[in-house]
Design a binder for this molecule. Structure first.
Ligand code: FAD
Ligand code: PHB
Length: 390
């Protein structure tokens, strides 16, 4: 088997890269460890920056997104028992965000790939990468009971944080920058109409809470919990009671309650591995970097990496121009580090840290009050949230 670009992993990064390259007439093969139903049902991120929406629409995979995505003009920060709105369009020359589940993006990209007839192999195992330092890399893997070898020009490592691609880069070449946070998020999906039409980020003495949504009938909610918390320690009644407490304010607002469809705990981590290229291997998305979800950046960074690498590969195959490939890591990392800072900052401002003292708490409150009172501070939050274009 031979292709031009072998893509490991069918998350947002791998599927988007495959789609952009296929449209440009560059051959790709996508290898995915899980089954199609598994990747199409995995509940994860939900917020698309304007730039991500433009990318999906521009690439011809935005029809359902434009029909079903929920366009939001702002978010609410809730503290001191009151809601404080940050308006995006007026602070960012008309930019907005769209709420559309990651698994919907994945479904749309899988459908487009299957319709195009381009190869996408599910349930592959034992993926082994060779030759990335030379001119003819290859991937060996198991699929449908047989052993296969895929020869290629380049390998795109889009296999997430726990994938195999990052491990191919020698430790002497790779620098890792990392923070883990002393808390996690318990997330639920509930069959209940959203009780508000924008996201609500709540700072509360009992811990952070977030109100989000997936559709006009499905609410998504998160609670800050201890880092090693088990989801089954939280009955539905306990979750709703805690959510009511953390969102409680003078206006009496509370999320609508309904049957809990899904429950899970997500750890919080910041992580960057540099450089994002080694020889003919390129890393994209969570394979190279992780952000805590507070800034809603994870899926957007994965899609952004795919755009940057697709442009570089198009230039290379079109005219032999290697500049984009050589500059890939630096270009991608500039955007990654902006999102790393923003996600760390939002996380630091909104969560309770174990052992917090009164000094830390006063700083948080002062920062929150400043962000909603100062146009300059609100603009900084808004332009990062909708996606900094720098
Ligand atoms: P992934 O989506 O992880 O895709 C990688 C793919 O590679 C997977 O399909 C995996 O099965 C496959 N794979 C792995 N190893 C191999 C292998 N050896 N061979 C072949 N295939 C392989 N971000 C937010 O902004 N908000 C959130 O609320 C949020 N919640 C999250 C909850 C969870 C549980 C997780 C894990 C992440 C969450 N994120 C969230 C982050 C966001 O979902 C990711 O940033 C995004 O999925 C990154 O896309 P990706 O394509 O880089 O990686
Ligand atoms: C979500 O809807 O899942 C979501 C929204 C905003 C975030 C994180 C997650 O910051």
């Amino acid at each position: 088997m031979r292709t031009q670009v072998a893509i490991v992993g069918a998350g947002p990064a791998g599927l988007m890269l495959g789609h952009l390259l296929q449209r440009a007439g560059i051959d790709t093969v996508v290898l995915e460890a899980r089954s199609r139903p598994y990747i199409e049902q995995r509940v994860r991120a939900g917020v698309l920056e304007q730039g991500s929406v433009d990318l999906l629409v521009g690439a011809g995979v935005g029809d359902r997104l434009q029909r079903e995505g929920l366009v939001h003009d702002g978010i609410e920060l809730r503290f001191d028992r009151r809601g404080h709105r940050i308006d995006f369009p007026s602070l960012t020359q008309g930019r907005r965000i769209t709420v559309y589940g990651q698994q919907e993006v994945v479904k749309d990209l899988v459908a487009a790939r299957i319709a195009s007839g381009a190869p996408l192999h599910f349930e592959v195992s034992d993926v082994r990468i060779a030759g990335v330092e030379g001119d003819s890399p290859s991937i060996r893997f198991r699929h449908a009971g047989g052993e296969e070898t895929l020869a290629c020009d380049f390998i795109a490592g889009c296999d997430g944080f726990h994938g195999v691609c990052r491990g191919v880069i020698p430790a002497s070449v790779l620098t890792v920058h990392e923070r883990t946070y002393p808390f996690a998020w318990l997330g639920i999906l509930a069959n209940a109409a959203p009780a508000h039409d924008e996201l609500i980020y709540a700072h509360h003495e009992r811990g952070f809470a977030l109100f989000s949504m997936r559709s006009p009938t499905v609410t998504r909610l998160y609670l800050q919990v201890p880092p090693d918390e088990e989801a089954h320690a939280w009955s539905d009644d306990r979750i709703w009671a805690e959510l009511r407490r953390r969102f409680q304010g003078e206006d009496g607002w509370a999320p609508h309650e309904g049957p809990v469809l899904e429950k899970g705990v997500t750890g919080m981590r910041s992580f960057v591995a540099e450089p994002m290229r080694f020889g003919r291997l390129f890393l994209l998305g969570d394979a190279a970097h992780i952000v805590p979800p507070t800034g809603a950046k994870g899926m957007n960074l994965a899609l952004g990496d795919a755009r940057v690498l697709a442009e570089a590969l198009q230039a290379f195959y079109g005219s032999g121009d290697k500049e984009g490939l050589d500059g890939y890591s630096e270009r991608a990392l500039a955007r990654v580090w902006r999102a790393e800072h923003f996600s760390w900052w939002m996380t630091s401002m909104l969560h309770r840290f174990p052992g917090d003292d009164s000094f830390h708490h006063r700083l948080q409150m002062s920062q929150l009050r400043y962000v909603v009172a100062s146009r300059a501070a609100a603009t900084s939050l808004a332009e990062n949230y909708v996606g900094w274009q720098g």
